[in-house]
Design a protein around this ligand. Sequence first.
Ligand SMILES: Cc1ncc(COP(=O)(O)O)c(C=O)c1O
Length: 356
Amino acid sequence: MDFSNTLTTLKQQNLYRQIAPNSSAVNFCSNDYLGLKTNPQVVEAFKSGADKFGVGAGASHLLGGHFPAHQALQEALADYTGQQKALLFSTGYMANLGVFSALKNELDWALQDKLNHASLLDANQLIGLPLQRYLHNDIYSLEQKIAKQSGSGLVATDSVFSMDGERAKITDIANITTKSKAIFYQDDAHGFGVFEPLIPKHSIYMATLGKAAGTMGAFVAGSADLVDFIMQKSRPYIFTTAIAPAICVATLQSLELIKQGSQQAKLFSNIEFFSQFAAELDLPIQPSESAIQPLILGENHKALEVAKQLLAAGFYVPAIRPPTVAKGTARLRISLNSEHTKSQIEQLLTQIKNAL
Ligand SMILES: Cc1ncc(COP(=O)(O)O)c(C=O)c1O
């Protein structure tokens, strides 16, 4: 195995990944869309959870690691999403692997949006199903592909696409899916907490807690039978340590703040301001109603160069390159949050304009 050769090639292609220094630059790439990661009430809840339960779960859910705080959070999440039951996972990546892993013997086929998150694609591969993708958010393409399948299947989509910020046509996709007797599965990692969950009947809903909820972990929600079934069969649920109960106490507090809605109001005001000012500067930002605002620059070196200039000017917006996005669509993925000031947004966009 020649590791150094591969590393050299990655560097030559501007595809070498590095952990960014945690600088004092204004962070425009965090998924903490509502500023809950550092919200004093959430932090206080975390501390009180640690006082009560300690700092870890100590075991997997089924072998003594499931505390009253996990149970309370599952019930609160089921209630918030209007589903019969919810099941906690340790990360969103594992929740996606977990759902597919549970359904391994139930599925003859799966169809995925072309731009779905890597964890959904990996989940598909994990259970040995061929990876079949329909054109991005394209109902006609989905219909055509479904017509070619036989047996029982699943259609999976991100609800808010992680690198584009665009929202999936949930109702249309779910209608077509259920008409063909397949099951609809949405990954709402970037929508949960920001938008009201839109969960069609008889579908599977997954959301992560490490983004707008500000903590960590993920959950799957749906009918009681579906959730029980996943709990019985999902290896990434069964064979791993549960998230710390203190995290659940903190997340319960996050959920209360999400329900109050004032952080979302601040976020949406920032999104609107950002879009207007970007339009005034004539910046080619892709249209997006979510917190994720992409500026596609094409070549890897161009995205890296602009990101470097922004960092020097005090703004952290990393370049996103293949394989995270398609070749030739390297970009800046700007993530807005409720805590950004209008002046920070104005300065960021002005710097981008200058860099281009
Ligand atoms: C759409 C989507 N699904 C799943 C995940 C994985 O979630 P987690 O970071 O909790 O593993 C992410 C992001 O990381 C994501 O963007």
